[in-house]
Design a protein around this ligand. Structure first.
Ligand SMILES: [Zn+2]
Length: 546
């Protein structure tokens, strides 16, 4: 097996996964096939919709068709020449409590039919169970995983090792650590279906990231049952490479119309917000007038087009380095998704460590949720670890962000530059200009052109959390620096006095002088004169004793 990563953004990756039949590109959605009630044939899924992989349930195949798929081979049986993944019946255990098959039987069966990707018979943890019961599912799944490696015969199948533990994150971590010691080619988050059905995407973030941080990064990660395009970008951003969806068909059966922003009942729609081959030239009322079976096929096909289109947008966003922006846009489709986005703050360092932080394009900064972006966290950590003020700098002059970038070339900064030029040489040498700016906090003038400090667009006015964040960054910067004096060019209109307050407090703590000049467009000249006086004053007291 090989999984080769081609592009990355956040924890998402575009990769090539080689199976024994074909090589497929991730992120990859496997439509769920139920041969006995399949609205769209697997052959059409590949040829018309471009799905190169499907998933079906080996337990259902065994119960309903016994040896037929073994005799014909799975690919011929399904008439599909792409990659076929099989699930083992774990979902049936979750729903019915048990299955009438042993792990050895279902493993042999998957080897017999020739799945490309196959799953051991794990015990799903589920949602409404006690910690003791959850512990049992983790232990039993691990026991089965170990036993599996003693029995398996074929070497050309990619085997999935599911991580259990449910909402008990310590169990998820333990399960991931133990499963990662076994030579599975793929891992999966076991049975998150109930969590997704109850819209607990915030819990899903905890579960996925807890599993991911304890699993080998080079093994692809599958999220079972994630079939709605509204949450694809979140899951992909968290590092899920593979998904499967029965939702396209289940929703269709219930007359539900998927979009990348949510779900509509067909009966409620007056207009189709989609130009897929099905929706183009049709009106909801005409589809509503069809027979139930025709309607189901229509909706299943539309739903699949929507899923595929959203995955294409996500891949393009990964390539462009804009997955965060895309995920944030989708997160506003439902409050539960926004809760999940907020949760990312708890994992910002983990995400930063694995994310590329230099992009082809600039960043869009909308609001305080974006403070958890890996680029923001990366800059904060680097500034703290590696940056110190220039050698001669004794006075920190803090200037507010300008509309155009880089800041030091902006029109608003020109006048200040002139003031600095006019100062006596001793003062000029002692002054170090830094900009206070959202979202990065402090930008020393000497780093002003370093990516992405000048390559971002920020929505104004800033929200309170963002202002608080910048104030905290500015104060922390002063705390760890060795300036003898701080001068703030205070912009009360955009910063509400919060940066000023934080600085005054910090300077008091460090016992260094703090001065500020209020910016006011009507009194520009007077302001510059006052700034000049403050900066030009006798700095004999400030001279570095060394
Ligand atoms: Zn459509």
């Amino acid at each position: 097996m090989s999984f080769e990563v081609k592009e990355k953004d956040i924890l998402a990756r575009i990769g090539k996964l080689k199976t024994k039949t074909v090589t497929v590109e991730t992120p990859l959605l496997f439509p769920v096939i139920n041969p006995s009630i399949q609205p769209i044939s697997p052959k059409r899924l590949k040829e018309e919709f471009g799905f190169k992989a499907i998933i079906t349930n080996a337990y259902i195949l065994l119960k309903r068709y016994q040896n037929k798929p073994i005799e014909q081979g799975l690919h011929s049986f399904l008439n599909f020449d792409g990659a076929v993944m099989t699930d083992s019946g774990a979902y049936q255990i979750l729903v019915y409590g048990n299955v009438e098959v042993t792990q050895r039987e279902i493993v042999n069966y998957q080897e017999g039919i020739g799945s490309d990707i196959a799953t051991i018979l794990d015990i799903p943890t589920g949602w409404k169970i006690t910690k003791d019961q959850a512990t049992e599912t983790v232990k039993e799944t691990l026991r089965r995983a170990k036993a599996f490696f003693e029995n398996k015969k074929r070497e050309d199948i990619l085997w999935v090792g599911p991580v259990q533990g449910g909402r008990y994150l310590d169990l998820v971590a333990q399960s991931a650590v133990e499963m990662s010691k076994l030579p599975f080619q793929i891992h999966a988050l076991g049975s998150p279906t109930e969590i997704m059905e109850s819209y607990r995407f915030d819990v899903l973030v905890d579960m996925i990231l807890t599993a991911k941080m304890h699993l080998p990064v080079e093994r692809p990660f599958h999220l079972f049952g994630a079939g709605h395009p509204v949450m694809f970008s979140l899951a992909v951003a968290l590092g899920c490479d593979l998904f499967d969806s029965a939702a396209y068909a289940l929703y269709a059966r219930e007359n539900r119309y998927m979009t990348e922003n949510g779900t509509w009942r067909l009966s409620e729609l007056d207009f189709f917000p989609c130009r897929c081959p099905k929706c183009s030239g049709n009106k909801p009322k005409e589809i509503w007038a069809m027979t139930a079976k025709e309607r189901e096929v229509f909706l299943a096909e539309h739903n699949l087009h929507v899923c595929q289109a959203e995955l294409n947008r996500i891949k393009q966003a990964i390539r462009d380095g804009r997955l965060w922006e895309h995920m944030e846009m989708r997160a506003h489709g439902h409050p539960a998704l926004l809760s999940a986005l907020k949760k990312l703050k708890n994992y910002e360092n983990l995400i930063e460590k694995q994310s590329p932080t230099v992009k082809r394009s600039g960043l869009f900064f909308f609001d305080s949720y974006d403070l958890s972006r890996p680029e923001v966290v990366h800059y904060r950590n680097r500034l703290q670890e590696y940056y110190s003020q220039p050698k001669n700098a004794l006075v920190l002059l803090l200037v507010p962000q300008t509309r155009s970038k880089p800041f030091h070339r902006a029109r608003e900064f020109k006048k200040i530059k002139q003031v600095l030029k006019g100062l006596n040489s001793e003062s000029r040498r002692a002054i170090h200009v830094c900009f206070y700016a959202a979202p990065f906090g402090v930008t020393p003038i000497d780093l002003d052109e370093v990516y992405p400090l000048s390559q971002h667009e920020t929505a104004l006015p800033l929200d309170k959390e963002t202002i608080d964040y910048v104030a905290e960054q500015v104060a922390n910067y002063v705390k760890r620096s060795k300036y003898r004096e701080v001068v703030l060019l205070h912009d009360p209109q955009n910063w509400n006095g919060i940066v000023k307050k934080a600085l005054r407090k910090m300077c008091l703590l460090k016992q260094i002088p703090f001065e500020h000049v209020n910016l006011d467009v009507k009194r520009q000249k007077a302001i510059l004169t006052r700034l000049e006086i403050i900066l030009n004053k006798n700095r004999a007291n400030n001279r570095d004793p060394s």
